[in-house]
Ligand binder design. Structure first.
Ligand code: MN
Length: 149
């Protein structure tokens, strides 16, 4: 069971995310006002933060940067969810410090898989090789051309 802080201004998405996370045995807590997100994170000590990007007051990108700059929270994994997927969005989100990015409308399977992946990820940056969340095993990337090994 993991404590997961959700920052999302849309009530339907909060319900969906909370239902999904609870079904996977986790303990979700949601804030709708991103101005309260940092305080909520300090109180909760979450194992993962899931944040919307399009938020009033403090945007998701700013919130991600604030978490990364926070002494207590800088190592917590962050997953961003966003309705926009313009070119460069994912790069901006990752540059701000989120480890993963899921586009809305979310795929329930991808959402759940990404959560579990981030929770499994070792915290210590020194451990093993870097892990790329988006590298999915969708079968061989290169077709077998029959060339002898
Ligand atoms: Mn929003």
């Amino acid at each position: 069971m993991a404590k997961i802080l959700i920052v999302e201004d849309n009530a339907l998405n909060i319900k969906l995310f909370c239902d999904l996370l609870s079904a996977h045995g986790h303990q979700p807590e949601a804030v709708t006002d991103s101005r309260q997100a940092l305080d909520a994170a300090h109180d909760l000590g979450p194992d993962l933060v899931i944040t919307d990007i399009q938020l009033p007051h403090v945007t998701g990108l700013d919130l991600i940067r604030m978490i990364r700059a926070d002494e207590q929270l800088h190592e917590v994994p962050i997953m961003a969810v966003t309705a926009y997927s313009a070119t460069g969005d994912e790069e901006r989100i990752r540059a701000a410090g989120a480890q993963a990015y899921v586009a809305k409308p979310i795929s329930v399977v991808r959402f759940a898989d990404t959560v579990e992946e981030l929770l499994r990820k070792p915290r210590a940056a020194s451990e093993t090789e870097p892990h790329v969340i988006d590298a999915r095993d969708d079968g061989p990337a290169v077709p077998d051309d029959g060339e002898p090994a």
